[in-house]
Design a protein around this ligand. Structure first.
Ligand SMILES: Cc1ncc(COP(=O)(O)O)c(C=O)c1O
Length: 458
């Protein structure tokens, strides 16, 4: 066992006991694939602001933040009060309620594309519903998506987000499902144009407007604008998966940040203020497909069907409304963005000072770290700036051993990231968090260097 793993385990007896229990209780031992860590998952007891604590009492600066849901940080008092007030009135009614309207009003006020909203329970449900709407609206059967972009775990999109992109995403998905999904590399408008010109069955194009995995693979604004034009030309719906970027990149999401308005947006995470929740928002004409008219023929055969026991749950509506009201001021976004910019600069300086073949990047309140592990590329590059790449296979294809050790080194030093090498910041983080996280990053990277997992420039 790696020496750091021994020390890490020795300091976590309660976590080890929970891990042993989990393996006899939970399918696969964890509740989400990304919670599977080396040498064992994190078991968190509580969080506050930008920090959280595990059951063994270790403190972490948290850049995972509930998988990106907590733009206001852990245990925000206003959100807590709003949820407590809703809780006192009952957890769930299976009926619509007033808070749902308030929640929807904030979504429509903030997001440029949102004329109507339909609430669901997660980002995965949001993308599944958006694809159904696109097919229903256009009467076409196929969906165009892009390599590396993540849209949740349902059958239609579970492939293609991790390299090799052409491989099946999961066991258990009927091969026929993929026949309805066309996948292209992003960034190449000509390929999208020729696909749409030759295939009249494409109903919608879905993508993360930040670029794949909340910007790990950056894309140009011009690509988004080009897709908008192509969508209009071919009568195809443009769907932004704003599950991470919505209310984070800007109060009006990535669509406001980049100034390109989609037909539909998929939302979750920040939308629900740290409670479970999601939504599809977009043009009224499209969301009218849910409408009942009273005509039995129409209502049975000419609508988009959508149900869901916990849709717009009162507790989620309360948390979401409290969060969006604050986010609407612009202040939380500005603060999280400024701290993230500081962190990106400080971490990049660490790589520069140590001569490491890598760089730090990201937009808004996100950060990503790329380590170049191809010796030929490092030798040919000579300097760090020459390593910058937009190649999804490289940016999403860092060796799994490197990523696992990077995460472990950081956790050992009290920093948790979101996925791969990157994370998100909140308005509740502080400059001290950035400073301490930078010290942890510096020590972690030194250790990775000593282990030969990252390379140095000559
Ligand atoms: C861009 C994007 N879309 C969809 C999803 C799926 O959301 P959920 O985990 O709420 O199902 C995620 C989750 O991380 C995401 O990042």
């Amino acid at each position: 066992m790696h020496r750091i793993a021994e020390a890490y385990l020795a300091a976590r007896p309660k976590s080890q006991a929970l891990w042993a229990r989990a393996q006899t209780l939970l399918g696969g031992g964890v509740g989400h694939d990304l919670r599977h860590h080396t040498p064992l998952p994190l078991y968190i007891s509580h969080g506050r602001g930008g920090r959280k604590w595990d059951v063994d009492g270790h403190e972490y600066i948290d850049f995972l933040l509930g998988n990106g849901a907590l733009l206001l940080g852990h245990a925000d008092p206003e959100i807590g009060e709003a949820v407590a007030a809703a809780l006192a009135r009952g957890t769930h009614f299976g009926s619509d309620h007033e808070l749902q309207m308030e929640w929807a009003e904030w979504v429509c006020r903030l997001l440029p594309c949102a004329e109507r909203v339909r609430f669901v329970n997660s980002g995965t449900e949001a993308t599944a519903l958006a694809l159904r709407l696109a097919r229903a609206y256009t009467g076409r059967s196929k969906v165009l998506r892009f390599e590396g972009h993540f849209h949740g775990w349902h059958d239609e999109v579970v492939h293609g987000f991790a390299p090799p992109f052409e491989a099946d995403g999961s066991l258990g998905v009927p091969a026929k499902v993929r026949e309805q999904v066309v996948m292209l590399p992003d960034g190449d408008l000509e390929r999208v144009a020729s696909c749409l010109a030759s295939d009249g069955e494409v109903a919608g194009m879905i993508l993360e407007p930040s670029g794949a995995s909340w910007g790990r693979v950056p894309i140009e604004r011009a690509f988004l604008a080009g897709l908008r034009e192509l969508a209009d030309r071919h009568g195809v719906l443009l769907i932004f998966d704003e599950v991470v970027t919505g209310f984070r990149f800007a109060p009006g999401g990535a669509q406001q940040f980049y100034g390109v308005t989609p037909d539909l947006a998929c939302l979750a995470k920040v939308l629900a203020g740290g409670m479970p929740g999601g939504a599809v928002a977009g043009r009224a004409e499209i969301l009218d497909l849910f409408r009942f008219t009273g005509d039995p023929q129409h209502d049975r055969h000419r609508r988009v069907v959508h149900l869901g026991t916990f849709n717009a749950s009162p507790l989620s509506a309360a948390a979401g409304t409290a969060a969006l009201r604050r986010i609407a001021t612009g202040e939380p976004t500005a603060r999280a963005n400024a701290l993230a910019a500081q962190l990106r600069q400080r971490w990049d300086q660490v790589l520069e000072a140590q001569g490491i073949a890598g760089y730090v990047y990201g937009e808004a309140s996100t950060f990503h770290v790329y380590f170049e592990t191809d010796r030929h590329r490092v030798r040919a590059a000579g300097k760090r700036a020459a390593l910058v790449t937009r190649d999804a296979r490289r940016l999403k294809g860092m060796p799994s051993e490197l990523v696992a050790q990077y995460q472990q080194q950081l956790r050992f030093r009290g920093v948790d990231v979101m996925s791969s090498t990157g994370g998100v910041l909140s308005a509740a983080h502080t400059e001290t968090d950035v400073q301490q996280a930078t010290e942890a990053f510096e020590a972690a990277v030194k250790a990775l260097c000593e282990d030969g997992l990252v390379l140095c420039l000559d």
